[in-house]
Design a protein around this ligand. Structure first.
Ligand SMILES: *[C@@H]1O[C@H](CO)[C@@H](O)[C@H](O)[C@H]1NC(C)=O
Ligand SMILES: *[C@@H]1O[C@H](CO)[C@@H](O)[C@H](O)[C@H]1NC(C)=O
Length: 394
């Protein structure tokens, strides 16, 4: 049997998306004759208008206060039953037990598998599928669930618009080793070739996720591999997960994309799809920009100073307005003084030096400004001042 035949058979036996009809069992890859730019010719959904991954432009996202935290269910209960880890020629996958699920969405979703996408050439060279403001991470973890309230199994759900929910976790390489990822990476040497699988010790799957499950991006998209069905409610966490450079390099260099029998020495690398146009879609956020950040002490100081300056400026303006009103009131009263019974002593002392208050003010102002600053939260005083001169509306 030739290598193509073997590869076709291998795909039939071990497809990443077990639902794919036989007609779609075509040997696809990321580059080459059925590379990602050719996918649409063989898998029509790959040419759809709600494809994944996407670039999240944070200034064009929309805050949706109804988006609560997503809640992994049973991720930490593995009952010590071993997990199955496999290489399907496209990625490393981990089968997840059916008691693991996802809450916080309109339906209950049941976990199916998780897998990774990565690049080549180490840190800072891309490898994630989703990007944020055009920037890639080094790798990306996907935890796939199907809607078990509406559909009996993954196969039935994978083609439905509300069929799947995938958690996307961006991974960056740094200095520290992430022990949780060693639960997978330590066993890659057992599944170097396509179609190999191995049992690995069970572990707490939630330890692979970021700590902050409240802040995420949400949009409707697709599988990022053929057949690209547009059935995925995406949850892309804002917090990224860190692994060490050595862990990233292990991920990038341990696996081969072909079967052991027909190994061409080709590494399983750069298994990420290019970003797809958003078209009509809007990416929602579960967090608002204002409440999203913890303010640093420097920012708090800046805000306090800013508010104080604002109050002082307001005080100066209010004072100027009051002075102006008083000045014109006094002018008005002055012209009435001849006919009125008002004692001229009430008016004259402050009226006579009318042109001079501008000179006097700077000395008196500091006290008054401070008064206003201290009371600047209560507008009572500000409103009182203008109305306290009874002749303002003659
Ligand atoms: C999934 O559910 C459908 C519909 O009930 C059924 O026909 C199919 O055999 C099931 N597939 C698997 C793999 O269990
Ligand atoms: C996804 O599509 C469903 C059904 O059309 C819609 O109700 C929902 O608001 C969409 N979600 C997002 C994040 O756009």
């Amino acid at each position: 049997m030739d290598s193509l035949g073997l590869f076709m058979l291998s795909l039939l036996l071990c497809s990443q998306w077990t639902a794919a009809p036989a007609a779609e069992e075509i040997t696809w890859s990321y580059t080459g004759s059925v590379g990602q730019w050719q996918w649409p010719e063989y898998f029509p959904d790959c040419a759809g208008t709600s494809q994944s991954p996407v670039d999240v432009v944070t200034t064009q996202t929309k805050y949706d206060p109804s988006l609560g935290p997503v809640t992994p269910l049973g991720y930490d209960q593995h009952n010590n039953r071993p997990f199955t880890l496999y290489n399907n020629g496209h990625t490393v996958g981990l089968e997840l037990p059916e008691w693991m699920g996802l809450g916080g969405l309109p339906w209950l979703f049941t976990a199916v598998q998780l897998h990774l996408h990565w690049g080549s050439g180490g840190p800072g060279r891309g490898g994630s599928e989703h990007t944020i403001n055009g920037l890639s991470a080094d790798a990306e973890l996907h935890v796939v669930h199907y809607n078990s309230e509406l559909y009996p199994n993954m196969s039935a759900a994978v083609t439905q618009p509300d069929g799947l929910a995938v958690l996307g976790i961006l991974i960056v390489a740094g200095e520290e080793t992430n022990p949780a990822f060693n639960n997978i990476l330590s066993y890659l040497s057992r599944i170097r070739h396509a179609d190999q699988k191995t049992l690995i010790p069970a572990f707490d799957v939630q330890s692979l996720l970021p700590k902050d499950l409240r802040r995420y991006y949400r949009y409707n998209g697709s599988l990022t591999t053929p057949p690209c069905h547009q059935s995925v409610t995406w949850t892309l966490f804002r917090e990224r997960v860190q692994i060490s450079k050595a862990q990233l390099i292990k991920m990038e260099t341990m696996l081969h994309s072909s079967r052991a029998e027909d190994d061409d020495g080709k590494m399983l690398q750069d298994n990420y799809r290019a970003i797809q146009p958003l078209h009509h879609r809007v990416v929602l956020t579960s967090f608002s920009a204002e409440s999203g950040e913890q303010l640093s002490s420097g920012e708090v100081t800046a805000i306090v100073i800013g508010v104080m300056c604002g109050c002082v400026a307001l005080a100066v303006v209010v004072r100027f307005i009051v002075k102006t009103i008083k000045f014109f009131t006094l002018l008005h009263n002055d012209s009435l003084a001849v006919n009125s019974s008002t004692s001229s002593w009430d008016i004259l002392p402050s009226n006579r030096p009318a042109p001079t208050p501008r000179v006097k003010n700077p000395e008196k102002e500091p006290e008054k400004i401070q008064d206003v600053v201290l009371n600047c939260t209560s507008d009572g005083e500000k409103k009182e001042e203008p109305t306290s001169s009874p002749q303002t509306e003659p």
